[in-house]
Design a protein around this ligand. Structure first.
Ligand code: FE2
Length: 424
């Protein structure tokens, strides 16, 4: 007797033949063409796609949903966004940070996103956002895995208090060591920050996730140092390079040396397509650079590439609804990832690759893993990318925590009335 059986599920990454998924005690017990057993609850997936949940591998929960406070970003640029964040920070308090974070988590869950890695700015001496978001981590844990990165927005070395505050944030329970080497005063300081932060992570057994080379400058090469220090400290597979936009502009010969170094260190690559495409290349006239890292080359080299939303309605980005399929679609288009296997990899970039980058071993449509999955009104991953379809149901540990009616439009053309469900 199972707790739940999901019938007629086309399982992402497994088979395009409909299968049954059996669940007990919050875990997947069987994925078979036909499970001949009873369950306390059955759910008919009607041949639609069932996927491992979406994962947002890079987000800023402390800034999200502040659109219009104290004013909007009129120019839509990175510099006005930074100025706006400086104006906004003194207005934030713990209760309202928590309220926005909870609102975002509910939006995420409705979209089938059950894991978010959020950077949290530790440059506030009172660490109000750290305190607020650590409480949210615990409160939302039954439904969503929220992972926090101690992010020194004003520079680990450049801000005289950042070092002490970052360590304090880790002591309070923040999970991952952050950094921003390209924002330090010099290349040398950037390198020094990488050494110190990797040592800190190694000493504490933590993962690392740095905003790294978020710049159009082809000579911003901190990812080289990050890869080297990852190997030096034995942190292979546990270090994420976020953004890596300068790789877009680097010399091809240099990249031919760099990517094998990144591979040796098993660097987790996180691109943020919506933000990279809008914030980078702003100094260009034409040709205008796209500003996203080399997703195609990194995937081809066998690196794990995941995507983040980065921002939703905050000082840097006035748009977004935390739909990770919108992110994947943008990454697919910008990176020209239009091959069949490449498109599926773009779906993976917002699902299982994200889980790998975050170290969430319990995610995945596999026997023994947590019964966390989303039912989409599409028949395969490529159709899901095309339609960004309705999330018919979202399951966490075998319990349905979100649902939405299937989307069907009625079209009336004179006497002819037809129903359109967007599936071809
Ligand atoms: Fe970011």
């Amino acid at each position: 007797m199972f707790d739940l059986i999901v019938r007629n599920a086309r399982c992402a990454g497994i088979s395009n033949i409909a299968m049954d998924i059996a669940v007990k005690d919050g875990k997947i017990m069987a994925i078979e063409p036909s499970v001949d057993a009873k369950a306390a609850e059955e759910f008919d997936a009607e041949g639609f796609l069932v996927s491992s949940p979406f994962v947002d591998s890079h987000f800023h929960m402390d800034a999200t949903l502040t659109y219009g406070r104290p004013r909007v970003n009129e120019s839509g640029t990175l510099l006005e966004g930074i100025a706006l964040w400086g104006e906004l920070k003194p207005l934030l308090d713990k209760a309202e940070i928590k309220s926005r974070a909870h609102r975002l988590c509910r939006l995420a869950i409705a979209r089938g996103n059950l894991a978010i890695r959020s950077h949290v700015d530790i440059c506030d001496p009172d660490l109000v956002a750290v305190e607020a978001l650590l409480e949210v981590v615990d409160e939302i844990a039954p439904y969503l895995d929220l992972q926090l990165v101690a992010f020194p927005q004003d520079g680990f070395l450049r801000d005289p208090n950042a070092k002490e505050q970052l360590i304090r944030a880790l002591d309070m329970g923040v999970h991952v060591v952050g950094g921003i080497p390209h924002f330090e005063r010099s290349m040398q300081d950037g390198s020094q920050s990488i050494v110190e932060l990797c040592r800190l992570a190694a000493d504490r057994g933590l993962m690392v996730d740095m905003h790294c080379d978020e710049s159009d400058d082809p000579l911003s090469r901190h990812i080289e140092m990050l890869s080297q220090q990852t190997v030096h400290f034995g942190l292979e597979g546990r270090v994420t390079g976020s953004h890596l936009t300068s790789m877009h502009s680097m010399d091809n010969y240099y990249v031919s040396k760099l990517i094998p170094l990144m591979k040796e260190a098993d660097i987790q690559v996180v691109a943020n397509p919506l933000i990279n495409i809008t914030l980078q290349g702003r100094h260009d006239t034409y040709p205008k650079r796209r500003g996203m890292t080399r997703v195609k080359e990194l995937v081809a080299a066998g690196l794990n590439v995941a995507f983040g939303h980065d921002c939703v309605m905050d000082p840097w980005y006035s748009l977004g609804s935390h739909d990770m399929l919108e992110v994947a679609s943008m990454g697919l288009h910008v990176g020209q990832m239009t091959g069949q296997a490449e498109m599926r990899e773009m779906f993976n970039a917002v699902t299982i690759n994200g889980a790998k980058a975050l170290g969430l071993d319990h995610f995945g449509l596999e026997i023994g893993k947590s019964a966390d999955f989303v039912v989409l009104q599409a028949r395969d991953e490529i159709e899901a990318l095309r339609l960004s379809p309705t999330r018919i149901a979202v399951f966490r540990r075998g319990s349905k925590i979100a649902s939405q009616p299937k989307q069907i439009s009625t079209v009336t053309l004179g006497d002819e009335v037809s129903e359109v469900d967007y599936l071809i």
